[in-house]
Structure formats: structure tokens, C-alpha cells
Design a protein around this ligand. Structure first.
Ligand code: PNS
Length: 163
């Protein structure tokens, strides 16, 4: 059984994340989307909210499940018996940022292989942080994130009493 972990903050999930999952899902027996629960960060969505949103969006994929993790990624990877760590790349800048993490993870847990997946060109400009800026400014979200995520972003920014 080949099990891959797709870790990230996913605050929130974008169409880029969804596209990557859609393309790699046929390659593995199981993909575990692992949402980082980092108490030092102040995300827009709680870890529970991010897990619930992703689980809703990813329901059609039988071999994809969503979980949360905290601490070291390699400890989580080891615990669930995964072989592969998936990371998306939009640019050379992403690669520069990802290589040290991949190498550190390989040092800590050589049994797992990091697999970089180039983004589809259509989503190469999309990031969770830019999506949050668009949402905060009331911009259009429909072609950036899945509908459930767009609704959740709008609700986050709704005036009190109207969410
Ligand atoms: O979506 P992100 O924020 O780019 O995801 C980054 C993530 C969650 C993959 C990375 O921060 C991570 O693995 N954090 C867990 C802590 C860890 O294992 N650190 C050492 C790896 S070098």
C-alpha cells in the first residue's frame, strides 16, 4: 500500500491545492491531507475549521482523507506509515523554500521521500495568503477557491451578526 501525506497550513485550501490532489490521487492507494495545527501561528481558520472544509471539498475522492497534525511532520509521517511527502511547487522561489525542509525531513526520516509536484499553470499565481487578502477586500473568490471555501471566507469577513 502506498500512502502519501500532503502536509500544509491550508489556511485556506485553494484551487491550487485541490488541483494537485486531483492529479496525484490516482497515483497512490491513499493520500492523507495533513493540516498543520501550529499553536504559535494565528491562522484565519482554526485547524478544526480547515479540516472540516477540506473534508467537505474532498469527499468525492474515496482514497483521500483529511487529518490534523502538530509537531514534527516526520513524526506524523512515521506514525501513520506513509512513504511519500507531497509538496506543490509554483516557482523556483517555492523550490528554494522547500529544499531545506525536504532535506531536513530526509535527514530526520530517510524512509520517506519528498515528491515535488509542479502546479498547473492555471493556479501558479494562487496562494492562501493572497486569497485571504482578496477575501478581506471583498474581491471575487469564485475562481480561486472551491465554493465551500469561498462561502467560509465570506462568512469570516461578514459584519458581526451577519455571519
Ligand atoms: O502550507 P505551508 O505553510 O507551506 O506548510 C508548511 C509545512 C506544514 C509543510 C511545514 O511548516 C511543516 O512541515 N511543519 C511541521 C514542523 C516540522 O516538521 N518542521 C521541520 C521540517 S523542516
Amino acid at each position: 500500500m502506498t500512502r502519501a501525506v500532503y502536509p500544509g497550513s491550508f489556511d485556506p485550501m485553494t484551487n491550487g491545492h485541490l488541483d494537485l490532489i486531483r492529479r496525484v490521487a490516482p497515483l497512490f492507494d491513499e493520500i492523507v491531507v495533513a493540516v498543520l495545527n501550529n499553536p504559535d501561528k494565528r491562522p484565519l481558520f482554526t485547524a478544526d475549521e480547515r479540516v472540516a472544509l477540506m473534508a467537505e471539498v474532498l469527499r468525492p475522492w474515496q482514497n483521500v482523507r483529511v487529518d490534523a497534525f502538530s509537531g514534527l511532520l516526520v513524526d506524523y509521517v512515521r506514525t501513520i506509515g506513509a512513504d511519500v511527502i507531497l509538496r506543490g511547487l509554483r516557482s523556483g522561489a517555492d523550490l528554494d523554500a522547500e529544499m531545506p525542509m525536504a532535506l531536513m525531513n530526509a535527514h530526520l526520516f530517510p524512509e520517506a521521500v519528498t515528491l515535488f509536484v509542479p502546479t498547473s499553470p492555471a493556479w501558479s499565481f494562487v496562494s492562501s495568503s493572497l486569497v485571504k487578502q482578496v477575501a478581506a477586500g471583498g474581491g471575487p473568490l469564485d475562481d480561486l477557491v472551491p465554493p465551500a471555501v469561498a462561502s467560509a471566507l465570506v462568512a469570516k469577513h461578514a459584519p458581526p451578526g451577519r455571519a
